[in-house]
Write a protein that binds this ligand. Structure first.
Ligand SMILES: [Cu+2]
Length: 144
């Protein structure tokens, strides 16, 4: 009886460890000069993640960064250093829009949807983006 109880307690601990592990995930987005036919791109343009997930942007090619230009209420602004890996933990549900500062007119933008929450979609649609990013942003928002 004692053994069965011990096993069941151990199992409960193991399962809870696994589930807490599954709660926060880390995604990787590569910052690239070239991807197929595209130039100056993030390897993932749209990511849907959960609250408390993290994204690491890898500086695979030099000269890129991450600059948040739109985010849900409560989320802090973020701007990373050029040619450095960047990491951000998404604590607030909603849509985040970011761009690469040097290539913002070349369509180097990305969207993150946290917690499947699109409460700030109207605000994101009104954010000013540049050059090639205008058409791309419209397309990406439509795909959400
Ligand atoms: Cu760039």
């Amino acid at each position: 009886m004692f053994i069965i109880k011990s096993i069941s307690i151990a199992l409960t601990i193991i399962i809870s460890l696994f589930s807490t592990h599954a709660i926060a995930e880390n995604y990787t987005v590569k910052m690239l000069n070239k991807l197929g036919k595209e130039r100056m791109v993030y390897s993932e343009k749209v990511l849907s993640i959960k609250v408390n997930d993290e994204i690491t942007w890898k500086s695979v090619d030099k000269g890129h960064n991450v600059e948040f230009i739109g985010m849900p209420k409560g989320a802090s602004k973020y701007k990373s250093k050029i040619s450095k890996d960047a990491k951000y933990k998404f604590k607030h549900p909603g849509i985040y829009l970011y761009q690469c500062t040097p290539h913002k007119a070349m369509g180097m933008i990305g969207l993150v949807v946290v917690g499947k929450d699109k409460n700030n979609l109207d605000k994101i649609m009104k954010i000013k983006v540049y050059g090639k990013s205008k058409k791309l942003l419209k397309k990406l928002l439509k795909s959400l």
